[in-house]
Design a protein around this ligand. Sequence first.
Ligand SMILES: [Zn+2]
Ligand SMILES: [Zn+2]
Length: 253
Amino acid sequence: MLRAYALSCGALEFDKSLFFPASAPGERIVAPVSSYLIVHPQGRLVFDTGVHCDALADPAGRLGKRIAALFTLRSRAGEDVVSQLAALGLKPNDIRYVVNSHFHFDHCGCNASFPRAQFLVQRAELAAARAEPKRYRSKDWDVPLDYREIDGEHDVFGDGTVVLLPTPGHTPGHQSLWIRPGGGMQFLMTADACYTQEHLEKSILPSNASDAALMTQSMNRLRALRDRQGAVLLYGHDAAQWHALPHGQKSLV
Ligand SMILES: [Zn+2]
Ligand SMILES: [Zn+2]
């Protein structure tokens, strides 16, 4: 039986217009940073690794001046992926796979904490991170890790329960995590393919999409999986939804 746990990796405060381009600059919002642990009989998988802990004490040093000027990390002690796993009795070496939705700083900041895991990332995302170092923070992802390049949809354990679903547009190689534990139940961790429910309902695209048309296609695909197949979408940065989810020891499934 599959289990899935929502792990809190703190929160980010930033100008609302970054998420909602029609909003006048000046209003600040706080959005959660999330990670998920999936426990499958053949191994454990972590989806996204959050922001590196050093960003709390030294934001510019860890994240770079541009990102540090835009985002303020609002995290309490224990709100990072390694501490969250420890609270479940797990160490990083207990994790077989790490999946990065993409290589933005709030999704791969703690990659280096998993030196024994195999990292499943889309080939297009690795290529983009190598080609556009200014849009990515190499400190986060460009470390000696076992990166396995995936091309398109990928069934991680070969039984259809844990599937990587390409959802490009936010970045060139963005992917979401689709879990199907059985009994018709489906969850889709969208990450930044869709920040919040409001983005999906109103088809709002943030201004930083690498390809707006592709991002719209990906959002349409997510919407169709929700509407036609009953998948529960877990949005990348939706504060209202996140706070309503069970956290810690309680499985979502
Ligand atoms: Zn992103
Ligand atoms: Zn994000």
